[in-house]
Structure formats: C-alpha cells, structure tokens
Design a binder for this molecule. Structure first.
Ligand SMILES: [Zn+2]
Length: 412
C-alpha cells in the first residue's frame, strides 16, 4: 500500500497518495521500486509522512493560476475587496489562486484583515485536502479493492507464518517447509541469537503487489516480491530464503558494510551444507569461495573494498576451508556443526511444545528428510542419535549448554 502511495505521489496524484497513507498509517516509500536485494535495515529509502504529502497538495499552483492571483493582488492591494475575491474563489474551488491571495493578505498591515485572511486560509486548507478529485478516489479504490487482498491467506509453521496468495502458500511442499524450520534451528545456533525469543513467529510474506524480483529480511520479517497467485510448488528451502532468514537472525555489526550480505550468504551456504542440499549457484560454499578468490584476492583490492555477497561470504568460509578441512567434503562446516549438532535433536525435544501450540503434524514431525539415499539417511540418523546420547551422558557441568539447546529447540 505504501509502495502504491509512493507511486501516486510520483505521478503528482497527491490526494490519492494521502488517502492511502491515512488508511494504512506510516509513511510512503519513494523510489520503492528501486529496492535492493538485502537487509531491510540497510536499505535507505526516502520516506514522506502524510504531512509532507498534505503540503504538496497545498503547494500546487500553475503559472496561469499564479499570474491570475498576482494580477488581482496588484490591482486591489491589501484591502477588504481582495479578501472578498479570495473567499469567492475558495467557494468556487479555485483553491490555488484563493490560497495565494489569502496568503498575501495574511501579511497585511491591518490586524483585522490579517486575522480574517489567516482564518480563511486555514479553512481553505482543510477544504482543499478534503476535496478529493474523483480520479484520485478511483485510483485509491483500485488499490484497496484489489483482488489480491481477497486471496491473501496464511499458513502457520513451527517458527514462521507464511502470508501470501492462498494457492501459492498452501502448495509449498511440506518437506521444504520442514527443512526451513530446521534451518532456523541451525542458523539461530550458528549466530547464537533468535529473532523471536518472545515466542512469536517470523513472517514470510509473499507479496503479490510488490514488483521486486527478490527479497528482503530483517527483524522478524522476510518479504518476497512478485508472488504469482497461480504459482504452485514454491519452495522455502532455497538460497534466497536462507539468506533472508540469516538477515533476521544476524544482529552483528561487522566493521565492513559488505560483510552484512556476506554473513547472510554464509548462513545460506551453511544451511545447504548441514541439510545436505544441493545449493543454488549464488549460495553454495564453493561459489562463495570462488568469488572471494576471483573478485577480491585476485584483484588485490584494498581490504575495505571487499565486495558484498559472494566475496565477503568467501572471506569467512576461506578460514573454514583452509584450517578446518578434513577428508570428507561434508565436514567443512564441522567447526559450526560441533555446536549445531545439539540442534539435531530439536524436532523430538519440541514435540510436546509443538502439540500445545497446535502446529500441523507436518511441522512437528521428528524426522528431518534432507534427501539422498535411504542408506545415507539411516547412517545420518544413527550419527545424530549417537550425538544426542553422548550429550545426554555428559556431566552436569554442561547443563547450561543443554539448557540453551533446549531453549533453541523452541520451548517457550
Ligand atoms: Zn541480503
């Protein structure tokens, strides 16, 4: 809605812009279409509140209107007659000319005239703002009565609420939803922080009316643009979603700005690794490393010029790759997974909580299907069971760590 308000503002349909802002509150987003892929917190947009928009309505004045008003002001001077002309024009809805005349008179030497003009101008402003042109009214109706609102629905997961066109969000494969919930556990463990400690959920909003071919993440919101209502089988276990989720979780303030996007890419690459998924091109461990080598090291850039996304992510992954590499390629994330393996018990531990919260059976399942052969899955399940039993046998000195794992697990 705010984006539409911004568009109407850009087209000088100030009344339409203001009506929408009054309906939804907040400020309009100028240049909203130029949103960048990235963290909401880092995006700087020009915002105008409704007082700015109201001023724009009252500042409208064409050259013809200006010379018509100036002609009368010149001819009559600061007199009662000029005030009468201003009042007549106001009644005739010639707001721009009337306002210019009353504005001039509000600086008149005679107090009586000055006060009358100021009072009349105040009434004019209110009348002008309230007098919405039919074309603007139609524009606003088109936005408010858009069919998109009728088909907007929601689906609740363990840690997320999906919002968007009903067909799209209800056809998201259950496996990909579950994997996204599990990715939440790994990523919150990796960064040691949950974006929703109070027990509310992170929203993932597939926006039909947002013409932006990417996503943003920050706070407790992930927004994805250009959601097509007829689309089926959209997945959540993708690099884009993992990347935006990491933005919600990561509250660090890295010394180099590019590292923000780098860390989000690290989160995505890490989620792909620990869940045993094939990564998309931009978010794989190897692709980030390659970008680091090709677009940073090989270019011999000053250190603070490290590009964001791949090269920045590669910077962090380089150390993992160089100093923690083992014979198994899947062990590259071992320094991370040493802590995150605790989270592997998460679905089972949280089953009771899940049932209380009324989540669907799909999201409270104890197993995490990550693809691959069944033998491979069984082996992984055995490894996980071992990790869990080892942890259970640990001494009480580890109790605080376990308490934290349980907290990560969703007990609220
Ligand atoms: Zn980003």
């Amino acid at each position: 809605m705010r984006q539409m308000s911004g568009r109407f503002f850009g087209r000088k349909r100030y009344h339409a812009s203001l009506l929408i802002l009054e309906a939804v509150g907040g400020a309009l987003e100028e240049d909203a279409d130029k949103a960048v892929l990235g963290a909401v917190d880092a995006v700087e947009r020009i915002e105008k509140d409704r007082w700015d928009v109201r001023d724009k309505i009252l500042e409208q004045l064409t050259d013809e209107q200006k010379s018509a008003a100036d002609e009368v002001i010149e001819k009559l001077g600061p007199t009662r007659k000029l005030l009468d002309v201003g009042l007549r024009w106001r009644t005739e809805k010639r707001y721009p000319e009337a306002r210019r005349v009353l504005n001039d008179l509000s600086f008149a030497e005679k107090k009586e005239l000055r006060d009358a003009a100021q009072e009349a101008r105040k009434e004019l402003d209110a009348a002008w703002v309230a007098d919405v042109p039919p074309e603007d009214r139609a524009l606003v109706d088109g936005v408010i009565e858009n069919a998109a609102w009728g088909r907007t629905s929601s689906v609740t997961m363990q840690e997320f609420i999906l919002i968007g066109p009903r067909g799209l969000i209800e056809s998201i494969p259950a496996g990909s939803r579950r994997r996204f919930d599990v990715a939440y556990v790994f990523l919150t463990d990796l960064f040691g922080r949950r974006p929703n400690p109070a027990g509310d959920r992170v929203t993932v909003y597939f926006k039909e009316l947002w013409e932006f071919g990417g996503g943003t993440g920050g706070g407790k919101q992930i927004n994805i643009g250009r959601a097509a209502p007829e689309k089926r089988g959209t997945r959540l276990d993708t690099g884009l979603l993992y990347h935006e989720l990491t933005h919600c979780i990561d509250d660090t303030r890295p010394v180099l700005g590019g590292w923000h996007e780098g860390l989000a890419n690290v989160g995505a690459a890490y989620a792909f690794e620990v869940l045993g998924q094939r990564a998309d091109l931009a978010h794989s461990f190897a692709a980030n490393l390659r970008d680091f080598r090709n677009d940073y090291v090989a270019r011999d850039l000053a250190y603070w010029r490290i590009p964001n996304y791949g090269p920045s992510a590669g910077f962090f992954l380089y150390f993992v790759d160089t100093y923690a590499r083992t014979s198994s390629p899947r062990s590259r994330t071992r320094p991370f997974t040493a802590t995150s393996s605790r989270a592997a018990c998460w679905p089972r531990q949280s089953a009771g909580t899940t049932a209380r919260r009324g989540a669907s059976p799909a999201t409270s399942s104890a197993s995490c299907t990550t693809g691959g052969s069944s033998a491979h899955s069984r082996k992984r399940a055995r490894t996980r069971a071992r990790a869990c039993s080892r942890r259970r046998s640990r001494s009480t000195s580890r109790r605080s760590t376990r308490a934290r794992a349980t907290s990560v697990a969703g007990a609220r």
